[in-house]
Design a protein around this ligand. Sequence first.
Ligand code: F6R
Length: 586
Amino acid sequence: MCGIFGYIGNKKNAGEMILSGLKSLEYRGYDSWGVAIKKDDSQIYIEKHTGKIGDASLPAMDSSIGIGHTRWATHGGVTDANAHPHISCDKKVIVVHNGIVENYEELKKQLIKIGHTFTSETDSEVLAHQIEEFLKEEKDLHVAISKLRSQIAGMNAVIVFFPDKETFYIFKNGSPIVLGEKQNEYFVASDASAIIPYTKHVYFVEDGEMVSLNRNGISLFDSEGKNKDIDYITLSYNAEAVSRGKYPHFMLKEIYEQPTVIQNIASSQLETVKETAKRIINAYGTYLVGCGTASYACLAGTYLFSKIAKRHINFSIGSEFSYLLNFLKDTSLVIALSQSGETIDTLASVQKAKAKKAQLIALTNVLGSTLYRMADYSMLLNAGPEKAVASTKAYTAKITFLYLIAHEINRTLHEGVQNISRAVREIEGLLERKSHIQHLANRIKNKNNIFILGRGVSYAAALESALKIKEVSYMHAEGFAAGELKHGVIALIEEGTPVILFNPEDETYEDTLSAAHEVKARGAYVIGVSSRKNDVYDTFIEVKNCQDATIIPNVVIAQLMGYYLALAKGYDPDKPRNLAKSVTVK
Ligand code: F6R
């Protein structure tokens, strides 16, 4: 979703830094972009465009202050005029905004009535005009911004740039915003990964807080307007972690990072695993909540907890949990899974769970994210920044945590750790044999449908695998419980339909094999993923038995399949159409 970047400092290339900041936020998803830069000759340079930044550059200019924005359209179409920044009539207030001003129509009507001219259809533009209006009665910027905040409804993250005063006001509610500091230079961004090339010294602004920033320094105010010290933290990753390095795409890089990420969890996160296991044991009931890929990790979790820990753990997708949580008590535990920690469908529902006094645990990849801060206890995936839109390493990291927690509850953590190491070796083996998967992708790239089947935890893997293939290759792929097929879906199988069958050597093995025969008899091209070869498979991908951790290498096969299908069809796997990395609108 939208990305924000701002700079105030002593360097003369603010424009370059802002453009490069916006490029590093591209992965969040956007359809237009813009900048507002005050040049050293005091002129304000504005540029706004639809489409991608790509290789865009700005004209040479000396400047040390400005803001930029990538927009993912919500209110108003994708047009140059609707791109941010938005500017007040007197040109003294410039705004970039992430989120939604829910009551903008009412505010806009009143502002038009008193003479303001709007140049866009966005909700965001009201912010600039409303501040201009307040400043007519009240010269103090701080008071004007506070008044604005009390008038607007909805989640937001905003930089208000007063070019005359060379001052930014920054505030947020819900949507993320990070400050970076380095010897008289300040950076503001939606995501720390845009700041890390300059400094690791960052502060995640809290909901309700407000920051004023100018050449004299920075002040932070709490939600009651009181001055507050800024507790900067030091990020643990470096600039390489947010670049593609030797890989052609972030998606491939992140697929390759999985062995390290997963092994690290099994080696150095065991205290966190134990603490969460304790909290689950003490809870009255536990609910796993997440969206998209995170929801499929939750679903896998229900199988893993049932089988390994002999515990019934509930599961809901984030956007539905609000309608299911009436029975929560103060002894209930909600574990929210979210790579970004900013997914609004997840945040909104867990907020309601918190209002019912349920305990909240976050399993997220982003230190300082909204979910991280909202939770009573937070587990960090420590997977490093995930930049490709399609989630890969965050998914397998989530599964690793859930798998180990289930083992800890069963007092078999050691066995769990050993199986994770086996899974890691299997992923490494698959990466060595990736050309087989690429070959298969080329073979099936023109088919109308791909089906993915599994039972038990492999059913959850099938759903995640289908999502991965769909989002990056735009091919129709569906995951099904292998037993459910004959209740209807088998009608779709025709000569040559590719069917990927997850058939680990567990309690599902024989029944899943029957499904292979059923689809094969109707002409399917069966891709068997198993530790045991069988004649029913037209092609076989060997994954050795890692007990229930086999789900991890199995899903890696689908990640690679999705990646190579995207390449075979000529798509950029890192930036699939219509998708955003961080989904901050409902
Ligand atoms: C799929 C994908 C999305 C996200 C979903 C939740 O590859 O990336 O389905 O998993 O939008 O995102 P997080 O985990 O950030 O809450």
